[in-house]
Every structure is written in C-alpha cells, then in structure tokens.
Write a protein that binds this ligand. Structure first.
Ligand SMILES: Cc1cc2nc3c(=O)[nH]c(=O)nc-3n(C[C@H](O)[C@H](O)[C@H](O)COP(=O)(O)OP(=O)(O)OC[C@H]3O[C@@H](n4cnc5c(N)ncnc54)[C@H](O)[C@@H]3O)c2cc1C
Length: 291
C-alpha cells in the first residue's frame, strides 16, 4: 500500500499554517505526528492534495504551568507527557493511558493534539482528559477559542473544529485535594491494539470520605467519548465500596451504546464496561485517599 501523491507545506508560524489552510481548503489536512493521517491517506479514508505540517511550530510543543491549570502543547508526544514530573505528581491517571498507548515507536511520534483532533472513538486520551475537566484551545489565524473537551466530539472522526482551525493546546485544571482519577482499558493485546472499551473515573472525596463529586467517561463504546452522568450521580454522597461501585458500574453498562465488530460483540463490550468501571473507580478511590 503506497501513499498517494500530495504536496507537503511546512508551516514556520501558526499564521503561515492558517494561510495554507485557507488557501487550499477543503483539499487540505494538518499533519502532526502522522500516525493516523498517513494511514488514512494510504487506505484512502482521507483524500487531499495538500498537507500542512505543524512539526516546525515549536510553540505548540511542551508543557507549562499556567496559573491554575497545566498546559499541554498540542504537539507534545505521549512519551514527553509520561516523563513530566508534574504529570507523575498531579495527574498520575494520565500514566494509566500513556503506558499502554500503542507501542514505544508510536508514543515517540504521535501527538496528544492528534489523538483528540482525529476524533477516533477508540482513542485513549479523550476519556481520561474529559474526566479531568480538560479544555482545548483552537486557533484560526489570530482568533482563539476555548472549548471544553466534553463538547468537542460530534461523531466518529467529527469534531467541532472548523476548517482552518488548529488545536494548539490542552488545559487541565489542577485537581483539588482528596481527589483521584484512573483509566482502565481492555484490548485484544497489550501493544498496538485499539481499545475494545476504556473507562476513565475521577473522584473527589469530602471530609467524611464520601464522594463529593465524580466523573465517569466511557471510550470506544459509542460514536464519541461518553460522559455518564447517572453513573457519577449514583456515587455522590456515598462511600466508595463494593455496593456503590456496583451501582455505578450497572449505570455505566446501561448507558453504553457499543457496536458489534471484529473486536467484540455489543454485549461483550457492555460487560467489559462494567468490569472496567469497577477497576477504574477502585484505583481512583485509592489515589483520592493518598495512595
Ligand atoms: C500501530 C498504531 C497503534 C495505535 N495505538 C493506539 C492506542 O493504543 N491508543 C490510541 O489512542 N491511539 C492509538 N493509535 C492512534 C494514533 O497513534 C493516535 O491517535 C495519535 O495520537 C494521533 O496523533 P498524530 O500526531 O500522529 O496525528 P496525525 O496523524 O498527524 O493527525 C491525525 C488527525 O488529526 C488532525 N490533527 C492532528 N493534529 C492537529 C492539530 N494540532 N490541530 C488540528 N488538527 C490536527 C490531522 O489533520 C488528522 O486528521 C495507534 C496508531 C497506530 C498506527
């Protein structure tokens, strides 16, 4: 399978990238790590004659503490994110994802922004970032807007990004005290396999140890990542134990709308959602207790 012919434009500034996008729209795509886009071009899922590479835009790389939030440049790779001391200390749940994402070669090339912008339902970073209340910055020329990640995805490979917009950064608010998050995924093998299902959970505990706030987000079992409010609401005001986790897991299974495909039937996926919800909640709870 060969790449089709296309013209590659290497942008040196965000403005230059915006100019290319405006000039060649709609016959153009942005290239970050290329781990999704080059496959899409090869198999003909994407057919464009112009590709604008962002790889020279150093301002889209790196991690920054930005007041009350942690800012991840869109071109940051999973490997770079995994080695950040801030991630290890404040966002250990991201390591649950980064450890198993693809394989070492892909973790060096792929980007965090690309994992979101591709809008693939089985992508692993969206559920955990949504559970952590992430927001993203989209830029078109000099115009910028901020979108909560939970309203970014519209359907498989569809997002609210408009033609010409570039995802420049992801912002994560620092979690309050007594809170913990976790991500649990299941795939046919440990490396280079899309998630059959993934569940992210985040919990904040009150002084009495009961749940004060919760978020549960499913991945790979609906056209977009799914924030399951009934599952989270069932935990609020309760202690985390086998009973309350079972109620939340059942609510998550009921809310999931998986499809049957080569990787598993809808029933199988729903069952896995229950198991993963309990696992993610148990780990998030241990972390919230300071483990
Ligand atoms: C073998 C293999 C295994 C994989 N395993 C996993 C896995 O386990 N879990 C997982 O989640 N993913 C997995 N992936 C998918 C892939 O690696 C990720 O989705 C990756 O993070 C995409 O980032 P990228 O920089 O390579 O995106 P690209 O391929 O460069 O771009 C992907 C899409 O997003 C758009 N885009 C990229 N960046 C931006 C931006 N800043 N602004 C606007 N649009 C943008 C592009 O135009 C394109 O449409 C795997 C891929 C491969 C090839």
């Amino acid at each position: 399978m060969y790449l089709p012919d296309f013209e590659l434009h290497e942008a040196r500034t965000i403005t230059e990238a915006a100019d290319y996008l405006a000039r060649f729209s709609p016959d153009v795509r942005v290239l970050a790590g290329g781990t999704d886009l080059l496959v899409d071009l090869k198999v003909g899922r994407v057919k464009v004659r112009h590709v604008v590479s962002l790889t020279r835009l150093s301002e889209l790389r790196g991690l920054r503490e930005d007041g009350p939030s942690f800012q991840i440049g869109a071109l940051t790779t999973p490997n770079e994110l995994a080695t950040s001391p801030i991630v290890r200390e404040r966002f250990p749940a991201l390591l649950d994802v980064l450890r198993d994402l693809a394989a070492p070669q892909i973790r060096k090339m792929a980007t965090v922004g690309g994992n979101l912008a591709s809008g693939v339902p089985s992508a692993d970073l969206p559920p955990i970032l949504i559970s952590l209340h992430a927001a993203i910055t989209l830029q078109m020329g000099t115009r910028e807007r901020c979108v909560p990640l939970d309203s970014f995805f519209l359907g498989p490979r569809r997002t609210v990004m408009q033609a010409g917009e570039i995802l420049t950064a992801i912002r994560l608010p620092y979690p309050p005290g007594s809170s913990g998050s976790a991500y649990a995924r299941f795939a046919m093998r440990q490396a280079n396999a899309c998630a059959i299902a993934g569940v992210a959970a985040s919990l904040q505990l009150g002084r009495d140890g009961a749940v004060a706030a919760a978020r549960i987000v499913l991945g790979a079992v609906a056209p977009t990542p799914q924030l399951i409010e009934p599952a989270a609401a069932s935990l609020v005001g309760r202690m985390v134990n086998e009973d309350s986790m079972e109620v939340a897991a059942t609510a998550a299974m009921e809310a999931a709308s998986p499809i049957s495909d080569i990787r598993g039937s809808a029933d199988y996926r729903r069952e896995i959602v229950g198991v993963l919800t309990r696992r993610a909640l148990a780990l998030a709870h241990r972390r919230a207790q300071g483990a």
